[in-house]
Design a protein around this ligand. Structure first.
Ligand code: PLP
Length: 359
C-alpha cells in the first residue's frame, strides 16, 4: 500500500524495519532507545550523529546552531517573535496561505506585524515577486512559508531582501526535499512529521548572532538560546523521535545519496503527477505551474459528487490518505521524500483508469 498522508507522513520502509529490529534491544545493549537516559553515552552518540548527518545533508555553515525541540511548528509561530523581537522592531510576514496566516496571527500576539507581501492578490496561486515585497522600517525579520502544505503553493525563488533583515522560514513540509542554501537564512524551522521523522520533534536552525534577541518574558523552554547552550537537552528531549530522525538522515545520505539526488527524484515524481492532471479534462490543480508544490499536490475532480467514490476505490487499490484538507476539500497527494516513485506511478495509473470509467 502507498501512503499519501500530509502528516504524520510515510517513513522510509527500511527505516521502519531497522527501528523494528532494534526496538527491544538496541545494538545488543539489552534495552530499547526509549528506555535509555538521554544523558547516557549511547543516546548522546545517537543525538550527536543525527545532528552531524543533518548538518552534512544541508551543508549547514559555521555559525549556526541546530536545535531539536518540541511543540511542533505551531510553537515556532510564537517562538520566532518571542526570540527575535527583544530588541524592538517590526515583525514582517509574507502571506501565502493557511500556514502563513497562522504564523502571522501568532506574531500579532507578541509585537507589531507588517504584511510585507501577500499572495492573496492572485488568489493564492502564485507567490509575490521579490520586487513586490515591501518591508517596514526597522524590520526585525521577514517570515515566509516555503511550502503551503494545504494550498500546494511553493515559494520559489527564495525572497531577496537586504541581508540586514533575517529571513525566517517555516520549512515544515519541504525541508530536506532538495539542496538548500542555509546561509541565506536567519532561522529555519520545521515540524518533523513530513520529511524528518515521526511527530513529536521539531527542528530549528538559527544563526548565532540572533540568539540574544529574545524578549525577557520568553519562557525558558521557548528560548533558542537555552536549547543552544544545552545541546537541546535542557530538559528530557523526545529521544525516540530524535533517534528515528537520525535513521531518516542516514537513509537520505546512504540509500538516496544526498539532497541533490533526492531533489531530482522529487522533481520527477511531481512532474509525473502534474502532467497526469494537466493532460486530463477531469482533474485540475489551480496553482500557476512555476509555483506548484513538489511535495503536496492538491487536485479536484470535475464533479465533486465523485469524491467519495474516488477515495473508496483508491483505498481499495492500496492508495491511502488522498482526501484533501478539511478546509479546502477535494484531493491531495502528499509525495514527500519517503513516498517512492512507484507510488506516484500507481496513483497516475489509478487516476487515468478512474477517469476512463467515470469521466
Ligand atoms: N507549518 C506548515 C507548513 C505545516 O504544514 C504544518 C502542519 O502540517 C504546520 C506548520 C504545523 O505543524 P505542527 O503540527 O508540527 O505544529
Amino acid at each position: 500500500k502507498y501512503n499519501f498522508c500530509a502528516g504524520p507522513a510515510a517513513l522510509p520502509e527500511s527505516v521502519l524495519q531497522r527501528a523494528r529490529d532494534e526496538m527491544l534491544d538496541w545494538q545488543g545493549k539489552g534495552l530499547s532507545v526509549m528506555e535509555m537516559s538521554h544523558r547516557s553515552p549511547e543516546f548522546t552518540d545517537i543525538a550527536r550523529t543525527a545532528e552531524a548527518d543533518l548538518r552534512e545533508l544541508l551543508q549547514v555553515p559555521e555559525g549556526y546552531k541546530v536545535l531539536f525541540m518540541q511543540g511542533g511548528a505551531s510553537s515556532q509561530f510564537a517562538m520566532v517573535p518571542l526570540n527575535l523581537l527583544g530588541q524592538g522592531g517590526t515583525a514582517n510576514y509574507i502571506h501565502t496561505g493557511i500556514w502563513a496566516k497562522k504564523a502571522i496571527a501568532e506574531g500579532r500576539r507578541y509585537g507589531d506585524v507588517h504584511i510585507a507581501a501577500s499572495a492573496e492578490d492572485n488568489g493564492l496561486t502564485a507567490v509575490p515577486l521579490s520586487s513586490e515585497i515591501h518591508l517596514s522600517d526597522h524590520a526585525a525579520y521577514l517570515h515566509f512559508t516555503s511550502n503551503e502544505t494545504i494550498g500546494g503553493l511553493r515559494y520559489a525563488p527564495t525572497p531577496e531582501v537586504p541581508t540586514s533583515v533575517p529571513l525566517v522560514c517555516d520549512m515544515s513540509s519541504d525541508i530536506l526535499s532538495a539542496p538548500l542554501d542555509v546561509s541565506r537564512y536567519g532561522v529555519i524551522y520545521a515540524g518533523a512529521q513530513k520529511n524528518i521523522g515521526p511527530a513529536g520533534i521539531t527542528l530549528a536552525i538559527i544563526r548565532d548572532d540572533l540568539l540574544d534577541r529574545f524578549k525577557p518574558e520568553t519562557p525558558t523552554m521557548m528560548q533558542y538560546k537555552v536549547f543552544a547552550e544545552n545541546d537541546s537537552m535542557y530538559n528530557t528531549p523526545p529521544t525516540f523521535a530524535w533517534y528515528l530522525s537520525g535513521l531518516v538522515f542516514k537513509w537520505l545520505k546512504e540509500d538516496i545519496g544526498g539532497l541533490e539526488a533526492m531533489g531530482a527524484l522529487n522533481q520527477r515524481k511531481a512532474l509525473k503527477l502534474y502532467a497526469a492532471i494537466d493532460d486530463s479534462d477531469f482533474y485540475t490543480n489551480p496553482i500557476q505551474p512555476a509555483y506548484r508544490s513538489i511535495m503536496n499536490v492538491p487536485f479536484r475532480l470535475a464533479d465533486d459528487r465523485l469524491d467519495q467514490c474516488f477515495l473508496a476505490e483508491a483505498e481499495e487499490a492500496g492508495l491511502l490518505n488522498l482526501k484533501g484538507h478539511r478546509s479546502v476539500g477535494g484531493m491531495r497527494a502528499s509525495i514527500y521524500n519517503a513516498v517512492p516513485e512507484a507510488a506516484v506511478d500507481a496513483l497516475v495509473s489509478f487516476m487515468n483508469d478512474f477517469e476512463r470509467r467515470h469521466g
